[in-house]
Design a binder for this molecule. Structure first.
Ligand code: DON
Length: 432
């Protein structure tokens, strides 16, 4: 069978192709010459499947889309505290190149605006690294996100350096306020080099999918950054990634995102996909016009809005039956679904509200697909409390959704593969 997804993506590109509004960025001369009609989309799932349509082979400079990834490297290399001390995480509501710092702390308000991004560039790598080593760390790090070696487009770099008066002003402001230590012109060159890395639309989808996959590369399975770093970066993308259009974006599209002035746009839906689009004509916020339309369409068509409330979950308690066996009755409470806090709370409440007469209680996880960390701890606490009340507790867990269950002090549990395993257990016990 041929997948319908590329056809869907082709159709989506066709639906926006006629829109010629907006214009390519012209404050970087090299970008002003970009072919405004280029149009591409790529999707990468967290298990590495890739779908593309349009001009996906075309390379363009990553520009501000580098910011979340360099922020990730700074967090990984220096730790959260050191980075937060220098760059805060509050939306600025300003344009990307606004000359603004927090009036109280002098910190840039977030790492997505240029002031924050010049600072996070200086925080990537070890403190003792010189500019060349730090650049290597950034190229290595962004290449690890992409899964292929990226390189700088020197023409774009030179072109932006010739006109980077605003970023120089920002770097001077940062230096004057003790936020960066290096020479402002060195800091601007380093940041501009980061923005000049060449990528394809497909690279960007894979990079976004690495964030959506908790920092693990979706194709190779290589860990790039920790889950905690990926979560922090996605949060800041959700609140600050689209600058002064962030609120409008979050309500209309609802996916953590980042735009770049060369026309790229990425979105990362945690636990699902990375998406990227490329179309050089920009709106007044500096975001790709057709990219924005495409993302809005995907969200609507594929139910990707992060704030979409999932359909009400059915009860986690699938059944509650007493099994009569010669060796005595067993109360079997069967659970179902993917258990998180709210599901585990249902189980907890079930046992709080019910008086169980039977001595033996079995919790059956046969229909449970997954148990997250908090739900695992809550279920183990249910088991511990039932044990302390004098019950003998069994866990029927054929797929080991709770591996090595340890209910803690005073608790005990017998793990079985299936309910049928109770019979030989009774026989063994009777023979002992
Ligand atoms: O700092 C700049 O002006 C560029 N190198 C990057 C700006 C950018 O991509 C803003 N994004 N929409």
């Amino acid at each position: 069978m041929r997948s319908p997804i590329p056809d869907y993506l082709d159709g989506a590109l066709q639906s926006v192709a006629a829109d010629e509004s907006g214009a390519p960025a012209d404050y970087i001369p090299e970008l002003a010459g970009a072919d405004p009609d280029r149009l591409a989309v790529a999707v990468c799932t967290i298990d590495g499947a890739r779908y593309t349509a349009g001009d996906v082979g075309v390379e363009f400079s990553i520009q501000s889309i580098s910011k979340p990834f360099v922020y990730a490297l700074a967090l990984a290399d220096r730790g959260f505290e050191a980075v937060l001390e220098k760059v805060w995480v509050e939306p600025s509501g300003d344009a990307f190149n606004e000359l603004s710092l927090d009036p109280e702390t002098s910190r840039p308000l977030n790492p997505m605006i240029n002031a924050g991004a010049i600072t996070t560039n200086s925080l990537a790598g070890a403190p003792e690294m010189d500019a060349a080593a730090r650049h290597e760390r950034i190229v290595d790090g962004l290449s690890a996100f992409a899964g292929r070696r990226l390189s700088v487009d020197d023409a774009v770099f030179e072109s932006e350096m010739n006109t980077a008066y605003r970023n120089r002003a920002l770097a001077n402001l940062l230096r004057a306020n003790g936020i960066i230590d290096e020479d402002p012109i060195v800091a601007v060159a380093a940041y501009t080099r980061q923005c000049s890395l060449s990528v394809t639309t497909e690279d960007l989808a894979v990079m976004a999918a690495t964030l959506a996959n908790g920092g693990v590369h979706p194709v190779s399975g290589a860990p790039v950054v920790s889950r905690a770093v990926a979560r922090q970066v996605l949060s800041v993308m959700a609140t600050c990634g689209m600058y002064d259009g962030a609120g409008d974006w979050m309500t209309r599209v609802g996916v953590p995102a980042k735009s770049g002035v060369s026309g790229g746009l990425i979105g990362a839906l945690p636990g699902q996909v990375g998406i990227s689009t490329f179309s050089p004509r920009l709106d007044r916020h500096g975001n790709s016009v057709r990219g924005l339309d495409l993302f809005e369409r995907f969200t609507a068509d594929m139910g990707m809005h992060l704030m979409e409330v999932p359909p009400a979950t059915t009860t986690v308690i699938r059944s509650d039956r007493v099994h009569h066996a010669p060796a005595g009755d067993v109360r079997v409470v069967s659970l179902q679904g993917a258990l998180q806090f709210s599901g585990a709370e249902q189980v907890l409440r079930y046992f709080v509200d019910k008086t169980i007469e039977e001595h033996r209680i079995a919790l059956a996880l046969v229909r449970v697909q997954s148990v997250n960390d908090v739900a695992r701890r809550m279920l183990l606490e249910v088991i511990r409390r039932l044990s302390l009340e004098g019950h003998e507790v069994f866990l029927i867990d054929p797929d080991q959704v709770i591996p090595d269950p340890d209910p803690g002090t005073g608790g005990s549990v017998v793990v079985l593969h299936s309910l049928q395993d109770l019979l030989p257990l009774w026989r063994r016990r009777a023979a002992e």
